[in-house]
Write a protein that binds this ligand. Structure first.
Ligand code: UD1
Ligand code: F6R
Length: 371
């Protein structure tokens, strides 16, 4: 049931304060005199020691689920000090990539039924790796087939394009990073700050949803375009890839997410006065680098749309931009959850304005059960 909404996707975008609350429910320990602040992932408790001792962690998934894993990779590496490698399930299988008993393989899938991810799971299992699932669907093949895991509890997602599952996947994988790192004294303050951020998250998501009208306005200025680029880095490289995926699959507009650090190695040649470029430049350790990316794009008269933290527009783009999206600030590693929401709204409005099917994009299926 769509209730007051025109489309399931719109409903699912708006559900995110609630779906995130459900994802986090019972899993955050706010901390008091008797208990230390921490996370509780029932399904992982018995396996955390093995995960911490693994030689490598592999994140495996497809599409949006792969992007969610990519968004949390920096934090998992920071808190676990275990190297994390990223694998798109089909490519992992094409290469028959090496994987060992000392590895932990984390399979991320909303449906829990994606053929490539499921086959990658069988392959990793047969090589003796510890297999962990991050799934939304209780009883799904990936949920049943993994040694252990976490259900994201985002609720049923009907729109073919994944929205609320993405933000819940990031929230769960953030908790996974906290759980793996929970015995390190040196990162305790950092972990506690992230837990405070998770407790604030539903409220901040509510806040960012207020950008809806502004994103509709922006969509109206972009609806006739052929192409849209998104530049991100660090935690928000995933935001650039995921924003571009939403625009291309829904609005049927060419869109590409680009790692900003790669700009000078090719993409800069595309920049002119007409091609719209979204630069994600919210506050984190990479934001001074994004500032210089913005300057270089401006020097080439790029048509910039800058996403930055509330109040940062004057610092991040002193020479102005064709459009500024100011988002609420949260802990660096949680910022991808906030930043994707205006881009989900942008993709939604672009699709409606261009007259395409929002909930059933052409040629796509919700659950991809064939290779
Ligand atoms: C579980 C219950 C939840 C209950 C809570 C109370 C289920 C599905 N969940 O939640 O209803 O309120 O205890 O403490 O009954 N798993 C995998 N692979 C996956 C996902 C999960 O193997 O991809 C396994 C987990 O290791 C765990 C079980 O499935 O053994 C349930 O996982 P999850 O629902 O995340 O556990 P809890 O949050 O503890
Ligand atoms: C994009 C989208 C797809 C899925 C992909 C994996 O909006 O929904 O890219 O993310 O097909 O699906 P799951 O997560 O079910 O394995």
């Amino acid at each position: 049931k769509k209730g007051n909404y025109d489309h399931f996707m719109q409903k699912e975008i708006y559900e995110q304060p609630e779906s995130l609350r459900t994802t986090l429910r019972g899993r955050l320990i706010p901390g008091d005199e008797s208990k230390v602040k921490g996370v509780l992932l029932g399904g992982l408790k018995a396996h955390l020691r093995t995960i911490r001792r693994s030689r490598r962690i592999l994140f495996i998934g497809c599409g949006t689920s792969f992007h969610a894993a990519l968004a949390t990779r920096p934090l998992v590496e920071e808190l676990s000090e275990v190297p994390v490698t990223m694998e798109i399930a089909s490519d992992f299988l094409d290469r028959r990539a090496p994987i060992y008993r000392e590895d932990t393989a984390v399979f991320v899938s909303q449906s829990g039924e994606t053929a490539d991810t499921l086959q990658a799971l069988e392959y990793a299992k047969s090589h003796g790796a510890l297999c962990v699932g991050i799934t939304n669907t209780v009883g799904s093949a990936i949920s049943r087939g993994t040694d252990c895991g976490v259900h994201i509890n985002a609720g049923c997602e009907i729109g073919v394009a994944s929205t609320k599952a993405y933000t819940s996947q990031i929230a769960v994988m953030t908790m996974l990073a906290l759980a793996i790192g929970e015995d390190a004294i040196s990162t305790r303050a950092r972990r506690e700050a992230i837990i405070d951020g998770l407790l604030d998250l539903p409220g901040v998501v509510k806040e960012v949803l207020k950008l809806d009208e502004k994103m509709k306005e922006l969509a109206a200025t972009l609806m006739e375009e052929q192409s849209l680029l998104l530049f991100g880095r660090g935690y928000n490289y995933a935001t650039a890839l995921e924003g571009a995926l939403k625009v291309k699959e829904l609005a049927l507009m060419h869109s590409e997410g680009i790692l900003a650090g790669e700009m000078k190695h090719g993409p800069l040649a595309l920049v002119d006065e007409t091609l719209p470029i979204i630069v994600i430049a919210t506050r984190d350790s990479t934001c001074s680098k994004q500032q210089s990316v913005i300057q270089q794009l401006q020097a080439r008269k790029g048509r910039l749309i800058v996403m930055c933290a509330k109040g940062d527009a004057a610092i991040m783009c002193p020479n102005g931009a064709s459009y500024v999206i100011e988002v609420p600030h949260i802990q660096d590693c949680l910022q991808p959850i906030i930043n994707i929401i205006p881009l989900q709204l942008l993709a939604y409005h672009l699709t409606v304005l261009r007259g395409f099917n929002v909930d059933q994009p052409r040629n796509l299926a919700k659950s991809v059960t064939t290779e």
